[in-house]
Design a protein around this ligand. Structure first.
Ligand code: MG
Length: 380
């Protein structure tokens, strides 16, 4: 029986994780859950899974939850509550499903305890990839990817030696604007951007998919997760999202991992690895799909993708500047305050504004994140 802590249990990845765990009551138990604000759903999860402890980031809502659930389980609050769950409570697998920069600190706590980390929080590896992977090595923590692309690469690499790898090839659906021109792209609406053709995800990541920043962030993640230099990573556009990513080896052979797009598969694999459990959810029938197509990404149209490759080369704090300014810009776009084309503009200006610090420690990263956000806010 493996004990699970899910940080961000009411978001898209969190809910999918709960769905997976529900199917294997003999293998997994939920020990701890955290949310930012959605206490209604958390209350239901508490009733169903009886965790020992939960944390709500919003202090007022934490008090409200306490009032509602009485002594069914311990309720912590605030950033400290989330940190404390990662640092002080008992679990075997830490599912990092929170959105944004705030996922970093609790993940570091779990790493320091040498736990298995099922990592869905992109920012952790994007802004602090070097630090996170160094600490994971030092404390013998297992970093298992939950993102479909990285899970695919991870699955392709089982039994392989990294020295035999020629290229990691991340697939990108291209999002809803694959066939729009650069001029059309500039004026798309929030509603259009939120309409992803293949995946149902949270708002932030759906906008990132529309700008292809999501793929850029994934390339940075892959660089750290698989410890390969940037020239060994490339992107291919694959609109059907059936091939979740590939590895090309030095002998010219390629391995691809395929399935219908459903996040429950990579989540389940991160929980059960190295075993595979029978899935209640995913079955893939290729004759039904018929056609798989692949083509080169358009770096000129998707400026965010180009910016991500630039910072991948630069390293240091530049991925943090990219990620923080992107978070601010996406938030403003979702609130209708800026045009879609202003997202890469805000990121470019932020990258120009700040000096790049190489080999940053956590404090430098936190400072860089803060300063970038303030600057990006002012640009709007
Ligand atoms: Mg992905």
């Amino acid at each position: 029986m493996k004990k699970i802590a899910i940080l961000g249990s009411t978001g898209s990845i969190g809910r999918n994780t709960v769905d997976v765990i529900r199917n294997f009551p003999d293998h997994f138990s939920i020990e701890a859950l955290t949310v930012n604000t959605r206490i209604d759903l958390l209350e239901k999860q508490v009733d169903e899974f009886h965790p020992k402890v939960v944390a709500v980031k919003d202090e007022k809502l934490a008090t409200e939850l306490k009032r509602r659930i009485g002594n069914k389980c311990e309720v912590l609050s605030g950033e400290e509550g989330l940190l404390s769950i990662a640092a002080d409570y008992d679990y075997d697998i830490f599912v990092g499903a929170m959105v944004g920069f705030s996922g970093l600190a609790p993940t570091l706590e779990a790493i320091k305890r040498g736990k298995r980390i099922a990592l869905a929080n992109k920012e952790t590896l994007v802004v602090a990839g070097e630090l996170v992977t160094e600490l994971a090595k030092k404390y013998n923590a297992e970093l298992l990817p939950v993102d479909s692309e990285h899970s695919a690469i991870f699955q392709c690499l089982v039994g392989e030696d990294l020295s035999g790898v020629d290229k990691l090839i991340l697939t990108a659906s291209g999002g809803p604007f694959l066939h729009k021109t650069k001029t059309e792209l500039a004026g798309v609406t929030v509603k259009e951007a939120l309409n992803h053709p293949n995946w149902k995800m949270g708002n932030k990541i759906t906008i990132d998919s529309a700008s292809m920043m999501n793929k850029g962030l994934e390339v940075i993640e892959a660089r750290w997760l698989f410890d390969l230099p940037c020239e060994k990573i490339e992107i291919v556009v694959h609109p059907q999202s059936i091939v979740h990513s590939m590895v090309r080896f030095v002998d010219g052979s390629m391995k691809a991992q395929m399935s219908m797009p459903d996040m429950k598969l990579p989540i389940q694999y991160a929980l059960t690895y190295p075993e595979r459990f029978a899935s209640q959810f995913v079955s893939t029938h290729l004759p039904f799909i018929q056609t798989l197509t692949f083509f080169e990404p358009d770096f000129d149209k998707f400026e965010c993708l180009k910016l991500a490759f630039d910072v991948l080369d630069a390293g240091g704090t530049s991925p943090c500047i990219l990620s923080a300014s992107n978070e601010v810009a996406v938030d403003k776009f979702l609130k209708g305050k800026i045009k879609f084309s202003a997202i890469p503009e805000i990121i470019s200006k932020s990258l120009e504004r700040f000096e790049n610090h190489l080999k940053p420690d956590l404090e430098t990263i936190i400072m860089c994140d803060k300063e970038t956000r303030i600057f990006a806010e002012q640009l709007v």
